[in-house]
Design a protein around this ligand. Structure first.
Ligand code: HQG
Length: 188
Protein backbone atom coordinates (compact mmCIF):
# COMPACT_ATOMS: atom_id res chain seq x y z
CA UNK A 1 0.00 0.00 0.00
CA UNK A 2 1.32 3.44 -0.86
CA UNK A 3 0.19 6.72 0.63
CA UNK A 4 -2.38 8.62 -1.37
CA UNK A 5 -1.55 12.07 -2.70
CA UNK A 6 -3.45 15.05 -1.39
CA UNK A 7 -5.62 15.05 -4.49
CA UNK A 8 -6.38 11.34 -4.14
CA UNK A 9 -7.35 11.86 -0.47
CA UNK A 10 -9.72 14.59 -1.59
CA UNK A 11 -11.29 12.26 -4.14
CA UNK A 12 -11.53 9.51 -1.50
CA UNK A 13 -13.42 11.88 0.81
CA UNK A 14 -15.84 12.73 -1.98
CA UNK A 15 -16.42 9.05 -2.66
CA UNK A 16 -17.07 8.47 1.08
CA UNK A 17 -19.47 11.39 1.13
CA UNK A 18 -21.40 10.06 -1.86
CA UNK A 19 -21.43 6.39 -0.86
CA UNK A 20 -22.16 6.95 2.85
CA UNK A 21 -24.04 10.17 3.24
CA UNK A 22 -25.36 11.98 0.15
CA UNK A 23 -25.60 9.79 -2.97
CA UNK A 24 -28.27 12.10 -4.39
CA UNK A 25 -25.76 14.99 -4.42
CA UNK A 26 -24.02 13.14 -7.27
CA UNK A 27 -27.25 12.01 -8.90
CA UNK A 28 -26.76 8.44 -7.64
CA UNK A 29 -29.00 5.97 -5.88
CA UNK A 30 -27.58 3.17 -3.76
CA UNK A 31 -29.25 -0.22 -4.04
CA UNK A 32 -30.73 -1.80 -0.90
CA UNK A 33 -27.31 -3.09 0.16
CA UNK A 34 -25.42 0.12 -0.52
CA UNK A 35 -23.96 -0.71 -3.95
CA UNK A 36 -23.75 1.48 -7.08
CA UNK A 37 -22.35 0.55 -10.49
CA UNK A 38 -18.70 1.64 -10.69
CA UNK A 39 -19.37 3.15 -14.12
CA UNK A 40 -22.06 5.43 -12.65
CA UNK A 41 -19.77 6.60 -9.83
CA UNK A 42 -16.93 7.35 -12.26
CA UNK A 43 -19.24 9.36 -14.48
CA UNK A 44 -20.72 11.25 -11.52
CA UNK A 45 -17.35 12.19 -10.02
CA UNK A 46 -15.35 12.60 -13.21
CA UNK A 47 -12.82 9.91 -12.31
CA UNK A 48 -11.19 7.26 -14.47
CA UNK A 49 -11.28 3.59 -13.51
CA UNK A 50 -7.51 3.65 -13.02
CA UNK A 51 -7.79 6.61 -10.64
CA UNK A 52 -10.54 4.87 -8.67
CA UNK A 53 -8.58 1.61 -8.41
CA UNK A 54 -5.56 3.40 -6.90
CA UNK A 55 -7.80 5.07 -4.32
CA UNK A 56 -9.61 1.83 -3.42
CA UNK A 57 -6.45 -0.27 -3.19
CA UNK A 58 -4.37 2.22 -1.24
CA UNK A 59 -7.10 3.52 1.03
CA UNK A 60 -5.68 3.62 4.55
CA UNK A 61 -8.76 1.98 6.04
CA UNK A 62 -9.98 -0.06 3.06
CA UNK A 63 -13.16 2.00 3.15
CA UNK A 64 -14.57 0.78 -0.17
CA UNK A 65 -15.39 -2.68 -1.50
CA UNK A 66 -15.70 -3.59 -5.18
CA UNK A 67 -17.92 -6.47 -6.20
CA UNK A 68 -17.00 -8.01 -9.53
CA UNK A 69 -20.26 -9.50 -10.70
CA UNK A 70 -20.80 -12.35 -13.08
CA UNK A 71 -22.18 -10.15 -15.85
CA UNK A 72 -18.88 -8.22 -15.82
CA UNK A 73 -20.36 -5.10 -14.28
CA UNK A 74 -18.39 -3.96 -11.22
CA UNK A 75 -20.25 -2.44 -8.28
CA UNK A 76 -18.82 -0.45 -5.37
CA UNK A 77 -19.96 0.41 -1.85
CA UNK A 78 -18.62 1.86 1.39
CA UNK A 79 -17.84 -0.95 3.86
CA UNK A 80 -19.25 0.99 6.83
CA UNK A 81 -19.97 4.46 8.15
CA UNK A 82 -23.31 5.24 6.44
CA UNK A 83 -25.55 8.01 7.75
CA UNK A 84 -28.80 6.90 9.25
CA UNK A 85 -30.59 9.03 6.63
CA UNK A 86 -29.28 6.64 3.94
CA UNK A 87 -31.38 3.47 4.15
CA UNK A 88 -28.91 0.70 3.43
CA UNK A 89 -28.62 -2.76 4.85
CA UNK A 90 -25.06 -3.99 4.53
CA UNK A 91 -26.29 -7.52 5.16
CA UNK A 92 -23.43 -8.24 7.55
CA UNK A 93 -24.00 -11.39 9.58
CA UNK A 94 -23.92 -11.17 13.38
CA UNK A 95 -20.39 -11.86 14.64
CA UNK A 96 -18.97 -12.86 18.02
CA UNK A 97 -16.89 -9.95 19.27
CA UNK A 98 -13.62 -10.34 21.17
CA UNK A 99 -13.75 -9.94 24.98
CA UNK A 100 -13.09 -6.22 24.75
CA UNK A 101 -13.25 -3.54 22.08
CA UNK A 102 -12.29 0.14 22.23
CA UNK A 103 -13.76 3.51 21.36
CA UNK A 104 -11.74 6.72 20.99
CA UNK A 105 -13.47 10.05 21.47
CA UNK A 106 -12.63 13.66 22.36
CA UNK A 107 -12.13 14.12 26.12
CA UNK A 108 -14.98 16.63 26.02
CA UNK A 109 -17.46 13.77 25.32
CA UNK A 110 -16.44 11.70 28.33
CA UNK A 111 -18.99 13.03 30.85
CA UNK A 112 -21.91 12.60 28.48
CA UNK A 113 -20.81 9.11 27.38
CA UNK A 114 -20.47 8.02 31.02
CA UNK A 115 -24.06 9.14 31.63
CA UNK A 116 -25.72 7.99 28.39
CA UNK A 117 -23.43 5.32 27.02
CA UNK A 118 -22.35 5.37 23.38
CA UNK A 119 -25.01 6.37 20.87
CA UNK A 120 -24.89 5.95 17.11
CA UNK A 121 -26.01 9.55 16.58
CA UNK A 122 -26.14 10.32 12.85
CA UNK A 123 -24.81 6.91 11.76
CA UNK A 124 -26.38 3.46 11.63
CA UNK A 125 -24.09 2.08 14.33
CA UNK A 126 -21.66 2.86 17.09
CA UNK A 127 -18.19 2.13 15.69
CA UNK A 128 -15.72 0.21 17.84
CA UNK A 129 -12.03 -0.49 17.28
CA UNK A 130 -10.18 -3.73 17.82
CA UNK A 131 -7.25 -2.10 19.64
CA UNK A 132 -6.23 1.05 21.49
CA UNK A 133 -3.98 2.51 18.74
CA UNK A 134 -6.86 2.34 16.24
CA UNK A 135 -9.24 3.95 18.76
CA UNK A 136 -6.75 6.77 19.30
CA UNK A 137 -6.59 7.43 15.55
CA UNK A 138 -10.41 7.54 15.36
CA UNK A 139 -10.60 9.99 18.29
CA UNK A 140 -7.87 12.22 16.88
CA UNK A 141 -10.04 12.96 13.82
CA UNK A 142 -11.98 15.23 16.13
CA UNK A 143 -9.62 16.45 18.83
CA UNK A 144 -6.02 16.37 20.03
CA UNK A 145 -7.25 15.37 23.49
CA UNK A 146 -8.57 11.87 23.13
CA UNK A 147 -10.04 9.49 25.70
CA UNK A 148 -10.36 5.77 25.08
CA UNK A 149 -13.17 3.68 26.50
CA UNK A 150 -12.88 -0.06 26.89
CA UNK A 151 -16.11 -1.84 25.94
CA UNK A 152 -17.00 -5.15 27.58
CA UNK A 153 -18.07 -6.53 24.21
CA UNK A 154 -18.33 -10.24 25.05
CA UNK A 155 -20.49 -9.43 28.10
CA UNK A 156 -22.72 -7.27 25.89
CA UNK A 157 -23.08 -10.10 23.37
CA UNK A 158 -23.99 -12.49 26.18
CA UNK A 159 -26.83 -10.17 27.16
CA UNK A 160 -28.17 -10.15 23.61
CA UNK A 161 -26.50 -7.14 21.96
CA UNK A 162 -25.78 -7.90 18.33
CA UNK A 163 -22.38 -7.12 16.80
CA UNK A 164 -21.24 -7.04 13.18
CA UNK A 165 -17.78 -6.78 11.74
CA UNK A 166 -17.50 -4.66 8.59
CA UNK A 167 -15.44 -5.86 5.64
CA UNK A 168 -12.68 -3.48 6.73
CA UNK A 169 -12.54 -4.70 10.34
CA UNK A 170 -14.61 -2.09 12.17
CA UNK A 171 -16.92 -3.51 14.86
CA UNK A 172 -20.47 -2.22 14.76
CA UNK A 173 -23.32 -2.35 17.27
CA UNK A 174 -26.47 -0.30 17.86
CA UNK A 175 -25.49 1.25 21.19
CA UNK A 176 -23.26 0.65 24.19
CA UNK A 177 -25.00 1.15 27.56
CA UNK A 178 -22.84 2.99 30.09
CA UNK A 179 -22.51 -0.08 32.30
CA UNK A 180 -20.30 -1.82 29.72
CA UNK A 181 -17.85 1.08 29.45
CA UNK A 182 -14.71 1.84 31.41
CA UNK A 183 -12.34 4.68 30.75
CA UNK A 184 -8.84 3.50 29.92
CA UNK A 185 -5.89 5.38 31.29
CA UNK A 186 -3.85 6.57 28.29
CA UNK A 187 -0.34 7.88 28.12
CA UNK A 188 -0.16 11.56 27.28
C1 HQG B 1 -19.51 10.55 20.14
C2 HQG B 1 -14.23 6.82 10.89
C3 HQG B 1 -21.30 12.40 23.68
C4 HQG B 1 -18.56 9.49 19.66
C5 HQG B 1 -13.71 6.02 12.07
C6 HQG B 1 -17.96 10.19 18.45
C7 HQG B 1 -14.89 5.19 12.48
C8 HQG B 1 -21.02 10.76 22.10
C9 HQG B 1 -19.13 11.01 17.91
C10 HQG B 1 -16.08 5.92 11.94
C11 HQG B 1 -22.00 9.96 22.72
C12 HQG B 1 -19.79 10.39 16.71
C13 HQG B 1 -16.96 6.44 13.05
C14 HQG B 1 -22.63 10.46 23.86
C15 HQG B 1 -21.24 8.88 21.01
N1 HQG B 1 -22.25 11.67 24.32
N2 HQG B 1 -20.68 11.98 22.59
N3 HQG B 1 -23.58 9.78 24.53
N4 HQG B 1 -22.12 8.80 22.02
N5 HQG B 1 -20.55 10.06 21.05
O1 HQG B 1 -17.95 10.09 13.41
O2 HQG B 1 -16.83 6.55 16.15
O3 HQG B 1 -12.36 7.69 8.60
O4 HQG B 1 -20.25 9.19 14.01
O5 HQG B 1 -17.60 9.18 20.63
O6 HQG B 1 -12.59 5.27 11.75
O7 HQG B 1 -15.91 8.90 15.75
O8 HQG B 1 -14.79 8.04 8.24
O9 HQG B 1 -18.26 8.19 15.06
O10 HQG B 1 -16.90 11.03 18.80
O11 HQG B 1 -14.86 3.90 11.97
O12 HQG B 1 -13.68 5.98 7.39
O13 HQG B 1 -20.09 11.06 18.98
O14 HQG B 1 -15.59 6.99 11.15
O15 HQG B 1 -14.01 6.19 9.71
O16 HQG B 1 -18.89 10.53 15.65
O17 HQG B 1 -16.24 7.36 13.86
P1 HQG B 1 -18.87 9.54 14.42
P2 HQG B 1 -16.74 7.76 15.30
P3 HQG B 1 -13.71 7.02 8.42
Amino acid sequence: MTALTREQVRASRRISMVLRHRPESAGLRLDANGWVPVADLLRALGLTRAELDVIVENNDKSRFAIDRRADDADWIRASQGHSSRVAVDLGLPPADPPAVLFHGTPVSNVGSIRREGLRSRSRHHVHLSKDVPTALVVGRRRSAEVAVFEVAAAAMAESGHVFHRSDNGVWLTSEVPAGYLSLKPTNP
